[in-house]
Structures are given as structure tokens and as C-alpha cells.
Design a protein around this ligand. Structure first.
Ligand SMILES: C[S@@+](CC[C@H](N)C(=O)[O-])C[C@H]1O[C@@H](n2cnc3c(N)ncnc32)[C@H](O)[C@@H]1O
Length: 283
């Protein structure tokens, strides 16, 4: 009978990642990384299932598609073909949104937030879990992604809309405290430079947005200007090379009086934050 330790040793070398090998074997054995420490003998069927997953991983299938799940901040979400896999790069921005919502709470008001481009719902689920008093609304355009979104947010009070963010939540205009978004932001002509495992497994609608990658960002800036109350904040993720061009999109609307750019966990430029001014937006 195969021994877990030997299987892990071989697969870890093949994958060049002991962590991925452990995640996949834990998935096959129906346990977690702690449980895996106690695993000893593995049945022939389990060893075959593990070998099949390792082969698919070597073919470029993301680990998260093999296990069907991804972890983000404090939450676990279901993922698979048709939905963007949440990335750790987005965690700091979500923390920024939670900090702004905490300021609203500290003023004695119930916080209201909107997530644009919700995908699997990782950001919304983290907010709903870490700040359950927030009135939260989210919108996602893709029907395929929305299937995951509904499942991941089942059991929460989050209001889910499937449709274009451009027209979403007009009944909330001028009343929202925080808008958070991780829109698609890769330039269309950078298609060839995107790693194959991203291009082949994350949906194109989640990745690409116009010639400079900022078409969706411009929509986020305008929709947030419409939704936010004066003094409310928007934060939106961008590519690490857009640390100047993404803030410029917000400045161009004349709707914000503070626009700042922020880094992610790896200290790379990653999201723009902007505070809604009291003035009207340029038409
Ligand atoms: C980069 S993914 C982010 C998903 C999720 N928020 C996350 O951080 O993991 C961008 C998402 O925006 C969605 N999307 C693209 N254009 C949209 C639009 N006009 N309105 C609403 N959602 C849109 C895509 O389908 C995709 O799910």
C-alpha cells in the first residue's frame, strides 16, 4: 500500500511545489493540511486519484480548479471553470474597504457598501463575514460567474444583481459609503503576454478591458461617483504597471477630492482609492 509521505515527496518534486502536492493529497483524502500530517497508508484508488490530479496540474490546470475551492482573507469560496480565481493581491484592498466601513460605523451610522465586478463573491463574502452589519450589494455581468456567486453568498444577506455594473443600483445613488471593485484590467493587446495558465483558465471577461486595460476602470470611476455619498470612498484594483494611469482615470472625472494609490502584500502598486467630493461630476 502506498505511503502518503512517499507520494508527497515524488509529487512535490514533479510539481516543484510541496505545498501544491500537500493541497492535492489532502483534497483526495478528504482532509485538511493538519489531517494530512496524520495520514499514513493511502489506498490504491486514492493514490491513482492523486496521480491524476498531479498530471492535470502539470498540464496547467490551476490547483483551485482541481480542488474546487479558493481561500481569500477569512473565507473559502467555490471556484471552477467560468469564474475568476480570487488572488491574494486583492486582500489588502478589501482591508482598505473594511477600514472605511469601520469609520462609518464609528460615526454611529449603519455602513452601506457595493461591490462591482463580484465574480466568485470572494470580496463580498469577506466583507459580509468580517463586518456582518454592513448592508452589502454586489453586481456581476457573467451568468457563469453568477452561479458561483449565488452559491458562495448563500446564507448571507448580500443583495446580488446579475447585469452590467454601468446600470446597477440606481436606487442607491448618492447614498453608498464604500464602493469596491476588482475590474478586468489587462490591455487587449497584451493577450500574448498573459501566462497560459491564467489565459486558459480565467474567463476573458474577467481579464481584458480595452486597448490600455482601463475601459472597465473608467466605468467603475463613473458608477462609483454616481453611487457614493459625498465623503464616501471607492477602491479599485489595477495592474502593477497602472499605478499612475489608474488614479488618472479617477482624477479625470472631477468627482473625487482625494485620489491615492496603494500597494499590495508584495509592495507592488495595486489599487486606487478616491474620496467622493461634494461637487457634481462632469457629464
Ligand atoms: C478580475 S474579476 C474579479 C472577480 C472578484 N471580484 C475577485 O476579486 O476575485 C472581474 C469580474 O468582473 C466581471 N465583469 C466584467 N465586466 C463587467 C461589467 N460590465 N459589469 C459587471 N461585472 C463585470 C467579470 O465577469 C469578472 O467576474
Amino acid at each position: 500500500m502506498p505511503v502518503a509521505r512517499d507520494l508527497l515527496h515524488r509529487a512535490g518534486a514533479d510539481l516543484n511545489s510541496g505545498a501544491e502536492a500537500r493541497t492535492l493529497l489532502a483534497h483526495v483524502l478528504g482532509t485538511d493540511l493538519h489531517g494530512l500530517l496524520l495520514a499514513d497508508d493511502v489506498s490504491g484508488a486514492e493514490a491513482d486519484a492523486f496521480a491524476a490530479l498531479v498530471r492535470r496540474r502539470l498540464d496547467g490546470v490551476p490547483v483551485q480548479h482541481l480542488t474546487g475551492e479558493a481561500y481569500f482573507r477569512t473565507v473559502r469560496v467555490e471556484v471552477g471553470p467560468g469564474v475568476f480565481i480570487p488572488r491574494p493581491e486583492t486582500e489588502v484592498m478589501t482591508g482598505f474597504a473594511l477600514d472605511r466601513l469601520a469609520e462609518v460605523r464609528a460615526e454611529g451610522r449603519p455602513p452601506v457598501a457595493v461591490e462591482l465586478c463580484a465574480g466568485s463573491g470572494a470580496i463580498s463574502l469577506a466583507i459580509a463575514t468580517e463586518a456582518p452589519d454592513v448592508e452589502l450589494h454586489c453586481v456581476e455581468l457573467s451568468e457563469d460567474a453568477a452561479d458561483y456567486l449565488r452559491r458562495n453568498l448563500a446564507g448571507t444577506d448580500v443583495d446580488i444583481v446579475v447585469g452590467d455594473m454601468a446600470a446597477a443600483f440606481t436606487h442607491l445613488d448618492g447614498s453608498v459609503d464604500v464602493v469596491v471593485a476588482n475590474p478586468p484590467y489587462i490591455p487587449l493587446d497584451s493577450y500574448g503576454e498573459v501566462p497560459a495558465d491564467v489565459r486558459d483558465h480565467d474567463p476573458a471577461l474577467a481579464l481584458f478591458s480595452g486597448p490600455d486595460g482601463l475601459d472597465a476602470m473608467a466605468v467603475v470611476a463613473r458608477v462609483a461617483a454616481r453611487l457614493l455619498r459625498p465623503g464616501g470612498w471607492v477602491c479599485a484594483e489595477h495592474a502593477d504597471v497602472q499605478g499612475e494611469s489608474a488614479p488618472a482615470v479617477f482624477l479625470a472625472t472631477d468627482a473625487y477630492d482625494r485620489v491615492t494609490d496603494h500597494v499590495d502584500l508584495n509592495h507592488r502598486p495595486r489599487f486606487t482609492a478616491a474620496r467622493r467630493s461634494a461637487g457634481k461630476m462632469e457629464p
